[in-house]
Design a protein around this ligand. Structure first.
Ligand code: ATP
Ligand code: MG
Length: 596
């Protein structure tokens, strides 16, 4: 999303809340400070004029001291104004930064859960952190300077022409040229530069994280950094982009720098040229000294304009990126607040495609799981099983059709209610880095210790707890405490058992556990699913032989349904899968026999 300059300021004002008054105050004070900063130069002009008037008897210059003090006073006032302006801008900037983070975080809580599959937590954290900090720098420092950069040219223009219009013109023309070069450097197509620059930077950061995660793989296969093509390419892309831009800016940058320093260089020859035609050479010399002293102020103003221009591009981009999160579509909260009293699940011609994808991941799914029954979902990898199941707790909302629980559309149910009714065991759950007790209690924080221990017992976790140094209080991930994939599955099942929800959705881990673990997981499943409405995604076909109905998925569609026996008889997709499964089991048994 691109924000225009105006809308960016509006957005920032919105984030500032009641502190926006401080922003306005900071601009006014910074502007005042800029104008005041011209004062001392004018005072010096008066001092020199006074000195010239009484020459050679300098002691007679009584007025000089007065103007000298006035210069000091104005300089101090200018600094004081700037100081207070910065104080205000910092207070406002901190508030804006805080509100940005708060709103983005609050938004994240309301986003569809599926969003976090596509946007990793690391990426989200980085977007929020980085861009909030970038806007902070802009608001706290560059915005007050920008106020100066707007007011100063007008003041400087007036001052330049008041004293001697010819010398004024010599100072003014290079400054206009400088602005033209600045426009060439930053305006037009270059405005899109920041967008590409940040994209390149973001891509490099993201692939760097991926690279660090993949180091074990790289090491195991004895590869070099170049094997990590994405990372390498993103660095090259960034380098090429930055280098090309720097080269392109070379000429305008040289032009700009020369323009802002040109007046100092031109004033001396111009002075020598004009002095002979001046009506009063003393008056003329006085003006010349003033211009020589004053012209660096206009140079530094030009620099401020350049930096402010750059920071506007950065801030606009940063605000845009934060807004991408805060304007992300959230799921509408079920406003009807209908209660669920019955736990059958019904898919009515459900079609769903992931955001930005044409091809639906689920296509016209139409089936019903009666209350208390267990249905299994099978199909090849990528056929849409996880996607279909995750539509029930509204990880995403369906594109077409509807899903009802006990006859109530899931979109009409309050989120908290819906979540209370469903226990979802994910395909690849990672445990939190906290105690096993808290891991189990994550689904029901108010549960007592005894209750959690009982759930762990039912999920066949006794042997896991027995070998942990502090039993159920052992913190996962510390002191070399790690759980195998199968053990983690059982802890997650204990969590689901503790939740005791009437609807269970199980996404079986793809990895095969060892036979002992597999047996225990099977037993834990049985405890968990007793009397519940269950939709289970199965990879090991042996575990679903006895379910009430098997739904077979292929490329997002349910292509077959029925009991194990019926499906075998019909010799369709499922029969083929069963055949393959039997062969793979036979291989596994042979392999184990060979190793024994
Ligand atoms: N977050 C996502 N964004 C975009 N596309 C996705 C996302 N998650 C999955 N997909 C795509 O949707 C399709 C179905 O994926 P899904 O995870 O539902 O398959 P699956 O049947 O569960 O596979 P597996 O057996 O390997 O777990 C795939 O083509 C996949 O690439
Ligand atoms: Mg899956």
């Amino acid at each position: 999303m691109s924000t225009t300059k105006n809308s960016m300021v509006t957005v920032l004002f919105g984030f500032a809340g009641s502190y926006r008054i401080l922003l306005v105050l900071s601009w006014l004070l910074a502007g005042l400070s800029s104008v005041l900063s011209i004062g001392p130069f004018i005072c010096i002009w008066f001092v020199i004029r006074e000195v010239f008037r009484v020459l050679p008897d300098v002691v007679q210059a009584a007025e000089a001291a007065k103007f000298g003090w006035l210069a000091v006073g104005l300089a101090v006032a200018s600094i004081a104004c700037y100081f207070v302006a910065l104080l205000c801008s910092h207070l406002a900037a901190f508030r804006v930064e805080k509100n940005m983070r708060k709103q983005a975080m609050r938004k994240i809580v309301d986003l569809p859960l599926g969003y976090f599959g596509t946007n990793t937590s690391g990426k989200l954290r980085k977007i929020i952190d980085d861009n909030a900090s970038l806007t902070h720098a802009f608001l706290a420092h560059q915005l007050p300077d920008l106020a100066g950069a707007v007011i100063m040219p007008i003041a400087i223009l007036a001052v330049l022409f008041i004293f001697d219009w010819k010398l004024g013109l010599i100072c003014f023309i290079p400054l206009v040229l400088g602005l033209v070069f600045l426009q060439r450097m930053m305006g037009g197509e270059k405005a899109g530069f920041m967008n590409q620059y940040m994209d390149a930077l973001e891509a490099m950061n993201a692939t760097a994280v991926e690279y660090v995660r993949g180091i074990p793989v790289v090491k195991v296969f004895q590869q070099t950094v170049y094997s990590f093509k994405n990372f390498h390419e993103s660095i090259v892309r960034y380098r090429d982009f930055a280098a090309a831009f720097a080269l392109e800016c070379r000429i305008p940058m040289i032009g700009f720098t020369m323009s802002i320093h040109a007046p100092s260089l031109l004033l001396i020859p111009a002075g020598i040229l004009f002095v002979s035609t001046a009506a009063d050479y003393r008056e003329f010399l006085l003006d010349l000294i003033f211009y020589i002293l004053f012209v660096p102020v206009s140079g530094s103003m030009m620099n401020k304009i350049m930096y402010a221009g750059e920071s506007i591009m950065v801030a606009r981009e940063a605000v845009g990126r934060i807004c991408e999160i805060t304007q992300e579509k959230t799921l509408a909260e079920g406003s009807l607040d209908k209660p669920i009293n019955e736990y059958s699940i019904c898919f009515n011609h459900v079609t769903f495609a992931y955001p930005g994808k044409q091809q639906p991941a689920v296509f016209r799914a139409n089936f019903a799981v009666p209350q208390g029954k267990t249905y299994a979902l099978v199909g090849s990898s990528g056929s849409g099983k996880t996607t279909l199941a995750s539509l029930i707790p509204r990880f995403w909302d369906v594109g077409e059709g509807s899903i009802t629980i006990g006859g109530v559309d899931v979109r009409d149910v309050k989120e908290a209610d819906l979540m209370k009714k469903i226990a979802f065991v994910f395909q690849n759950t990672k445990l939190f880095k906290t105690s096993l007790l808290d891991n189990i209690r994550a689904a029901k924080p108010e549960a007592g210790r005894e209750e959690a221990l009982y759930a762990a017992h039912m999920a066949q976790c006794d042997d896991i707890l027995a070998k942990m140094p502090h039993g159920i209080d052992t913190v996962v991930g510390t002191d070399g405490v790690y759980l195998s994939g199968g053990e983690q599955q059982r802890i997650v099942l204990a969590r689901a058992i503790l939740k005791d929800a009437p609807i269970i959705i199980l996404d079986e881990a793809t990895a095969f556990a060892d036979p002992e673990n597999e047996y225990q997981i099977q037993k834990a499943f049985e405890h968990l699913t007793k009397g519940k409405t269950v939709l289970m995604i199965a990879h090991r076909l042996s575990s679903i032989k006895d379910v009430d109905c098997i739904l077979v998925m292929q490329q997002g569609e349910i292509v077959e349904r029925g009991s194990h026996e019926n499906l075998l008889h019909s010799k369709g997709v499922y029969a083929g899968m069963w055949q393959e499964y039997q062969t793979s089991i036979a291989w596994k048994v042979e392999e184990e026999a060979a190793h024994a």
